[in-house]
Design a protein around this ligand. Structure first.
Ligand code: NAD
Length: 295
């Protein structure tokens, strides 16, 4: 079994690290949060006092951090983990971050004689706990194959999306579809309701017709038709509107660098910005239906 450094053991990284421990690996964790570290320790991991200490003397390092600026700070520069790791360490960054930073950090890792993949996830905290995450992985094939056995302990579906940064590309393009489709579904349910068609009847028709999509059938934004959807528990996340806004912003940053027109992605980012600024922060992203209804 391997000795693995794990940096960023929050809502997602915590349960992911626990699944590696359950699989028999030795996990050395670092986080800025005392509570997050205590939880890993309680699960059988070891804590260290600095990020660099989680990267010394281990063959593999996993990171699960909030944003590109955190990933950059942890990996690069004088205090960065790339500089202290053993030659040919494998780095797996599971954070959802901007494509440009992901590509830059992987290139730097490779330049310094290491292997690295970007491996953002979908599946949320429930998927992290149950080890059923989907990993979208970018990087060289050899690095992907080295990462696969660890990813399989934390997830169910592991997909190689191509070269460095392509994991992030897959993640933000997928979530751009999700943000746009949630707004579309919300507009349709509100319009149907205002025209006198009740939500359940509309759901029964549209979920079996060409309007069918995941935002409707798994995360239906109105209470009733899909009992497990966040709409039935006051829009508690689930997938938070804040995280949706973050991912839509990443898609817009990437679209600008690629000169790719994404008018609906742009509109979705604007609407989620409005919703989070209003009263949507901390709610599930399907709660945007309330703003569309004019509540
Ligand atoms: P989180 O805030 O719960 O966890 C992030 C952890 O990183 C925190 O414990 C924080 O203390 C730690 N951290 C921040 N800066 C650090 C540093 N410099 N050194 C060490 N630790 C540091 O966030 P999360 O929900 O676990 O999300 C992590 C990543 O996963 C994000 O990029 C997010 O977009 C992505 N993601 C989240 C979900 C979800 O449902 N929560 C789903 C898919 C992807």
């Amino acid at each position: 079994m391997a000795k693995i450094g794990f940096i960023g053991v929050g809502n997602m990284g915590g349960p992911m690290a626990r699944n590696l421990i359950k699989a028999g690996h030795e996990v050395v964790a670092f986080d800025l949060s005392e509570a997050a570290l205590a939880a890993v320790e309680a699960a059988g991991g070891t804590r260290v006092a600095k990020a660099v200490d989680a990267a010394k003397g281990v063959g593999t390092v996993v990171t699960m951090l909030p944003q590109g600026k955190h990933v950059r700070a942890v990996y690069l520069g004088d205090q960065g983990i790339l500089g202290v790791a053993e030659p040919d360490t494998l780095f797996i960054d599971c954070s959802t971050i901007d494509v440009a930073t992901a590509r830059e950090v992987v290139a730097e890792a490779v330049k310094q004689g290491h292997a690295m993949v970007d491996a953002p996830v979908s599946g949320g905290v429930g998927g992290a706990e149950a080890a059923t995450l989907t990993f979208m992985v970018g990087g060289e094939t050899a690095a992907f194959e080295r990462a696969r056995p660890y990813l399989e302990r934390m997830g169910k579906k592991i997909v190689h999306a191509g070269g460095a940064g392509n994991g992030q590309v897959a993640k933000i393009c997928n979530n751009m579809i999700l943000g746009i489709s949630m707004i579309g579904v919300s507009e349709a349910f509100v319009l149907a309701e205002k025209l006198g068609l009740d939500a359940q009847t509309f759901f029964d028709i549209s979920s079996a017709a060409s309007g069918q999509c995941w935002a409707m059938t798994s995360y239906c934004p109105v209470p009733g038709p899909v009992p497990a959807s966040p709409a039935n528990r006051g829009y508690q996340p689930g997938f938070s509107a804040d995280n949706m806004l973050k991912d839509l912003r990443l898609s817009q940053e990437a679209a600008a660098t690629a000169a790719s027109a994404t008018p609906l992605g742009e509109a979705a980012a604007r609407l989620y910005e409005q919703y989070v600024g209003k009263d949507g922060a901390g709610t599930d992203f399907s709660g945007i239906v309330r703003m569309i209804r004019g509540e």
